[in-house]
Design a protein around this ligand. Sequence first.
Ligand code: VGL
Ligand code: ZN
Length: 204
Amino acid sequence: MSEKQDKGAALIVIDVQNDFCPGGALAVADGDAVVPVINRLMKSHAACVLTQDWHPPEHASFADNHKGGAPFSTIQMPYGEQVLWPRHCMQGSAGAAFHPALDTVRADAVIRKGFRAEIDSYSAFFENDRKTPTGLEGYLRSRGIKAVVLAGLATDFCVAWSAIDAARLGFRTEVRLEGCRAIDLDGSLERAMTAMREAGVTLG
Ligand code: VGL
Ligand code: ZN
């Protein structure tokens, strides 16, 4: 899809925050490389929404909130499997701030997610129970938006979960891979790519 044809689509920028960039608490390799790509994409889209991972200190996804919980191990939560992460994107912290070079002035809205201590939220649309809405669907629909383009961090977690939900909700959905970087934990990138394709997401 050319940048011109994207005009009617909303760009959804996922979690381009200091903690996911080199030097951050949950750094994604080469994570800051997405910033210039996304700044350029912002200029060719009619609407732009940023998401911000935004956790309270007692958040259930933090390994150090679980006795003996090792970072990057997996536990069962009432809503399903949960990876335990290093403490990251704490509400109000420097790590939770957007990357300083991200052109945030161009954003129409910021959706924060993961602010409920007992449940994680990878997707921009629903928490990890896949039911509790963030409000993004209503925001996009009330603006008449029918197509979304996604970029950001990380490809295999928050970008993939957001893209799959967008497609399921009936939005025409494209992920711009040049504007994404992955964590790639035990094959998670490969699984995410397959799941996105199966959900009808265009990988561009
Ligand atoms: C993310 C792990 C934990 C992401 C957020 O933005 O992909 N990953 N929290
Ligand atoms: Zn998080």
